[in-house]
Design a protein around this ligand. Structure first.
Ligand code: NAI
Length: 240
């Protein structure tokens, strides 16, 4: 039951950061991994790059169906996400819509496409990337981003209930501050990150992508067979 070698995972936003670490981790466990991104991911053993912009729901659905035709999918990781610190006063409808298209709509329709191929087989695990900002406001003004991650958290809860009768599990991981390009694009500078660690992160360091990949891999695995609808916080104690 635990042999993943004849199965595949589809991971979005897998060119770098957390998504890349998730793809490499799942591939190391023996799965074929379809690594999807708008920037074509580099190939690696067991990792097949897929070019897709997740804001194009039809293209995302087609990519998931095509991957499943090649190797049956039992895991989808909705990791692609964007974030920017933007005060309410300067946000535009266009930027708000883009943020929601990547962080919320693509997660919803990714789940729809994956469920369509997984449900007939009666097994599958979907893991979404939420954030600690689904629980508590980000330090910088990021109302739109925090709203999108709150939506991912609630979507995870609700769709888990909807898909449970089909034998599918849906969970989320809520990372704290992980050392990736996204984090460095938002943080003012290294000193700001050092101060954040000192003041807000009890375990005394930023997270690294492999911290998140480990949690995703566990939720994806049969070890978590009785876990669904949960958002697992992986934040070095930040929310404590
Ligand atoms: P990142 O910016 O380093 O990587 C994101 C990846 O998603 C990139 O490869 C990018 O090309 C891809 N992507 C963005 N828009 C896309 C689109 N429209 N279509 C296809 N691919 C697209 O981000 P990071 O830090 O690895 O974050 C991954 C996920 O984890 C995101 O959902 C993010 O919101 C979430 N997260 C990250 C935290 C952090 O501290 N880094 C904290 C909490 C959540």
């Amino acid at each position: 039951m635990n042999d993943p070698t004849d199965r595949a995972a589809f991971v979005t936003g897998a060119a770098r950061g957390i998504g890349r670490a998730v793809a490499l981790r799942l591939a190391a466990e023996g799965r074929t991994v379809f690594a999807a991104d708008r920037d074509l991911p580099e190939p690696a053993p067991g990792v097949r790059p897929v070019a897709v912009d997740v804001t194009d729901c039809e293209a995302l659905g087609a990519a998931i169906a095509e991957a499943d035709d090649a190797v049956p999918l039992d895991v989808l990781v909705n990791n692609a996400g964007i974030g920017f610190a933007e005060p309410l006063a300067t946000m535009t409808p266009e930027r708000f819509d883009l943020l929601m298209a990547v962080n919320v709509r693509a997660v919803y329709f990714g789940i729809q496409a994956a469920a369509a191929v997984m449900a007939p087989r009666g097994r599958g695990s979907i893991v979404n990337l939420a954030s600690t900002s689904a629980f508590a406001a980000s330090g910088s003004p990021m109302t739109a981003y925090d709203t999108s991650k709150g939506a991912v958290r609630m979507m995870t809860t609700t769709v888990a209930r909807e898909l449970a009768p089909a034998g599918l599990r849906v969970n989320a991981v809520a990372p704290g501050t992980i050392d990736t390009d996204l984090t460095r694009s938002i943080a003012a500078d290294q000193a700001a990150l050092d101060e954040l660690v000192a003041r807000r992160i009890p375990l005394g360091r930023l997270g690294v992508p492999s911290d998140i990949a480990a949690a995703v891999a566990w939720l994806a695995s049969d070890e978590a067979a009785y876990v669904t609808g949960q958002t697992l916080v992986v934040d070095g104690g930040r929310l404590t």
